[in-house]
Each structure stands twice: as structure tokens, then as C-alpha cells.
Write a protein that binds this ligand. Structure first.
Ligand SMILES: Nc1ncnc2c1ncn2[C@@H]1O[C@H](COP(=O)(O)OP(=O)(O)O)[C@@H](O)[C@H]1O
Ligand SMILES: [Mg+2]
Length: 297
């Protein structure tokens, strides 16, 4: 009985964290880009990851999808270490990602870009694909249907045959999101999805992120500088500065956390002193009122 209870508790805590970051450290020569970062992303959560430029957010994403090697610590996805997982197999585990600098094929039509994502989770081998075996043809049909569903969902169907490079920036970003969604991720990692979007597109993005979680049951890890967006949609926020975690907690607590305010104001005054380093993004840390302090790392 006691054993059964212990096992149940172990199973439920394991299923709660979809991803666990355990003391991840990354050095580039003399730069300590990530210094012992620890946090969990719970299943079903929208988790914001914020911090001034150079804080290490993209580096952490690159560790999560195995583009970068971490020198110490580990990352668990569904309780399993991803240390030995090659980059091309990360999508199969159920991790999807968009990039700060769009990763799309500009000279290809929208539909083919979305199909690339669907293929990244296809299980048909090289030989059966080359021989066009019947099960490959059935799989191909299924992937095309999946790509069509994703384009409908994102409002991309009218542009399906257009070359991505000919479309407005906001639409290109949605194509990249479509590519990531077509692989049916359990965890979607978005690196600055709001950058360069207009007001209307921003509102639509906030609704979309909530809908991805609520209806499609996708857990979201969101790197974003647009504070009203990240504070408005996140359940939980992790703050990095100079490679260290300086705070984590719910948005209300993070907005009034003195170390977070200091980190952002420090970055802002550095930009004022060195206008050539001015940040063109539509960022504004919109501090709310009240609330006690979040957990200090
Ligand atoms: N491939 C790399 N080689 C050397 N330094 C890097 C590399 N990638 C990131 N860095 C450095 O790591 C730090 C964190 O960068 P980054 O993760 O891009 O920050 P953020 O996404 O929070 O703005 C910065 O000092 C950056 O210059
Ligand atoms: Mg970045």
C-alpha cells in the first residue's frame, strides 16, 4: 500500500514537469552564457522566459533542441535526458521551435514549408521512401492532410501556393509557426514571436498562444520582450540576466520583483548611455502595481 502510494506520487510528479532544466551551464570561450540554470516547465503551462539582450535565452533554446552542447547539468524531456539525442531527432520527441531569425525557405511555397515540419516527425525510412512503397504513399497523404489542417488553423490557406519570400513579415512568421506545429509538438518553444508584428497581429498572437494551450493542449515556452504580451499570457515566468536565473514566479510577482526591475533598468540606462546599442524592438517593461516578490533564485 505504502509502496503503491509512493509510486503514484512519483508518477504524478514526473508527469507534471514536461521539461526540467537541471543546472545547465554553457561557456563560449571566456563567456559564461548560462550558469547553472534550473527550472521546470509544467505540462499544460505557458511559461515565459524573459531577460535583457544577451541574458542567455536563445542559448538555452539551442541547448534544448541540441544545437548547442551544454558543459554541465542536464535537460530532461518527459523525464528522460536529451543529452544523447541528436538534433534531428528532437522533433520526434515532441519538441517544436520557432527561431528569433525566421527559419523558413523563402523561395518555397507556404504549403511546402509547413510540410517540412510534418516530415520531421515522419517515421518512414529512406529506403521505403525511395521505393515509394504503399505505406509511404499513405503516410505522404496523411502528412499533406495534416499540413492542410495547420494552414486552415493559422489562416494560411489563402496563401498556400505563394512563395514565402513574397509575403508580409507577420505572415512569414505564421508560416514558421505552421512548420513547427505540423510536427505535432507537445512542447512549443517560441523565440521572440512578437518581434516586428503590428498591434493587430500582436493581439492575434496572444489569442493564438492561449488557444494552442487550451484547445490543442500544447505546452508553451515563450521567449519574448513584449512585456504586456508575456505578462498577459504566461502562467509562470523565469527571468535570466547575464546567464543566471534571477527570479521565477507568476507574472504579478515578477513585475514587481526588484532584481527584475534592476536588470531591465540597467539594460535601459546602458542603452541611453550608448545610443548605438539602442534596441529597436517594441519592448516596454510595463510594471504593474502591488504584489510581493517572486522567488529569488
Ligand atoms: N555561438 C556563440 N558563440 C559565442 N558566443 C555566443 C554564441 N551564442 C551566444 N553567445 C553569447 O552568449 C550570450 C547569450 O546570448 P543569447 O543566448 O543569444 O542571449 P539572448 O537570447 O538572451 O539575447 C551572449 O553574450 C552571446 O554573445
Ligand atoms: Mg535571443
Amino acid at each position: 500500500m505504502a509502496n503503491g502510494l509512493t509510486m503514484d506520487l512519483a508518477a504524478s510528479s514526473e508527469s507534471l514537469a514536461l521539461m526540467s532544466v537541471l543546472g545547465v551551464t554553457v561557456r563560449f570561450g571566456g563567456i559564461l552564457a548560462l550558469d547553472g540554470i534550473e527550472f521546470d516547465v509544467a505540462r499544460g503551462q505557458i511559461c515565459g522566459l524573459i531577460g535583457p539582450n544577451g541574458a542567455g535565452k536563445t542559448t538555452l533554446f539551442n541547448c534544448m533542441n541540441r544545437l548547442y552542447h551544454y558543459q554541465s547539468g542536464d535537460i530532461l524531456f518527459e523525464g528522460q535526458s536529451i543529452k544523447a539525442t541528436p538534433t534531428h531527432q528532437v522533433a520526434r520527441l515532441g519538441m517544436g521551435r520557432t527561431f528569433q531569425n525566421l527559419a523558413i525557405f523563402r523561395s518555397m511555397p507556404v504549403r511546402d514549408n509547413v510540410l517540412v515540419g510534418a516530415h520531421s516527425r515522419s517515421f518512414c525510412g529512406f529506403l521505403s521512401s525511395a521505393l515509394r512503397l504503399p505505406r509511404v504513399q499513405a503516410e505522404e497523404r496523411r502528412l499533406r492532410e495534416r499540413a492542410d489542417e495547420i494552414m486552415d488553423y493559422l489562416g494560411l490557406s489563402p496563401f498556400r501556393d505563394r512563395l514565402v519570400g513574397d509575403l508580409p513579415f507577420g505572415t512569414q512568421k505564421r508560416v514558421e509557426l505552421g512548420r513547427a506545429l505540423a510536427a505535432d509538438p507537445k512542447l512549443l518553444m517560441l523565440d521572440e514571436p512578437a518581434a516586428g508584428l503590428n498591434h493587430e497581429e500582436l493581439d492575434a498572437l496572444a489569442q493564438l498562444i492561449r488557444d494552442l494551450r487550451d484547445r490543442l493542449k500544447i505546452t508553451v515556452l515563450l521567449v519574448e520582450h513584449h512585456m504586456s504580451l508575456v505578462m498577459g499570457v504566461s502562467d509562470h515566468i523565469v527571468v535570466l540576466n547575464f546567464g543566471r536565473k534571477i527570479a521565477e514566479g507568476p507574472p504579478g510577482l515578477i513585475q514587481s520583483h526588484p532584481d527584475v526591475i534592476e536588470a531591465y533598468l540597467g539594460a535601459q540606462s546602458a542603452r541611453t548611455a550608448h545610443p548605438q546599442a539602442a534596441d529597436p524592438r517594441p519592448a516596454a517593461l510595463d510594471y504593474g502595481t502591488g504584489g510581493s516578490h517572486g522567488q529569488v533564485a
